[in-house]
Design a protein around this ligand. Structure first.
Ligand code: BV8
Ligand code: ZN
Length: 250
């Protein structure tokens, strides 16, 4: 694949046409999504203007130390996010990825999002790198269970052993699930084309997936409102809203 590293705004129809041509001819596609794909469903992004909560930053709450120090405060933050998410629906961007999955045998979706909207839209071949806000895990017996209570009565305890429950989410400083991570690297290293949608590319090791794909010669398309650390290295950078751009591409 020749890398025509042209970039431009969403208005630039030639970029859309070029992206379409690459997507239509690709035999295997892997997609990496971030909070930006859910922004059009009304879900606050991590580092957008509403990324702050009270006077805390996500990085100060989503850590094992914060939970150790004050589990109630961390659970209040997750209850606030579950409350926000409880009436949110997948948007056209989520649905368009389900459509692409139905058309392509070799399709994988990797998401950094914990909001469950890809699953709600019908995505199946999906890896959730950072966990799922609608699951809880016992800090004693490690049992993982789905839980959609809004709000969750605090502090929540395990029905099996009485241990304190935590969100089944990967916090900063915690290792990602090895299986999920290695399958995600396999998916980016074996695909012909990788799309990166709505992520600032700031969180590791998820941010390593694009360079891994590029090293193996994948054609890389980025869709984002802004430019990101990825932008100089991708083959096509489409600037605009995911829900407007994705449905135009296939
Ligand atoms: C680990 C769960 C080690 C929490 C999350 C210095 C250098 C390198 C790494 C580090 C470092 N210091 C610390 C680290 C490691 C750290 C890290 O990467 N920190 C960053 C902040 C520097 N990483 C970790 O700690 C990871 N673990 O390294 O462990 C280890 C190894 C072995 C053994 C023990 C330990 C764990 C990382 C996981 C953290 N958990 N989430 C929760 O959600 O409650 S990460 C969090 O950020 C979310 O999951 C989110 O998905 C993720 C990434 O954010 P984005 O999705 O990109 O969202 P963001 O708001 O940033 O950007 C939105 C984008 O969308 C923007 O670009 C915007 O322009 C765009 N957009 C907006 N609207 C739209 C749009 N695009 C299109 N359309 C729109 N409409
Ligand atoms: Zn338990």
């Amino acid at each position: 694949m020749t890398a025509d590293s042209t970039r431009g705004s969403m208005a630039d129809d030639s970029l859309i046409q070029s992206a379409r041509a690459h997507i239509v001819s690709a035999k295997s596609i892997t997609v990496l999504t971030g909070a930006g794909i859910s922004a059009d469903s009304g879900v606050p992004t991590f580092r957008g203007e509403n990324g702050l909560w009270r006077d805390y930053r996500a990085e100060d709450l989503a850590t094992p130390e914060a939970f150790e120090r004050n589990p109630r405060l961390v659970w209040e933050w997750y209850n606030w996010r579950r409350e926000i998410l409880s009436n949110k629906k997948p948007n056209e961007a989520h649905h368009s990825l389900v459509h692409l999955e139905s058309r392509l045998q070799e399709f994988r979706l990797i998401t950094q999002n914990v909001d469950g909207l890809h699953r709600l839209a019908g995505s199946k071949k999906m890896y959730e790198l950072h966990g799922d806000i609608w699951k809880v895990r016992c800090t004693s017996c490690q049992l993982v269970a789905a839980n959609h209570d809004v709000p969750l009565l605090l502090p929540p305890h395990c029905r099996t052993c009485g241990g304190l429950l935590r969100p089944h989410i990967v916090w900063f400083g915690e290792a990602l699930d090895e299986q999920i991570l290695s399958k995600s690297f396999q998916a980016v290293e074996s695909c012909e084309l990788m799309m990166i949608v709505g992520t600032s590319g700031l969180v590791y090791p998820a941010a390593m997936l694009m360079p891994a794909a590029k090293a193996k010669g994948a054609f890389i398309i980025e869709i984002n409102l802004d430019s990101t650390p990825y932008s100089p290295d991708v083959d096509l950078s489409l600037q605009g809203r995911a829900k407007e751009i994705l449905p135009l591409l296939y």
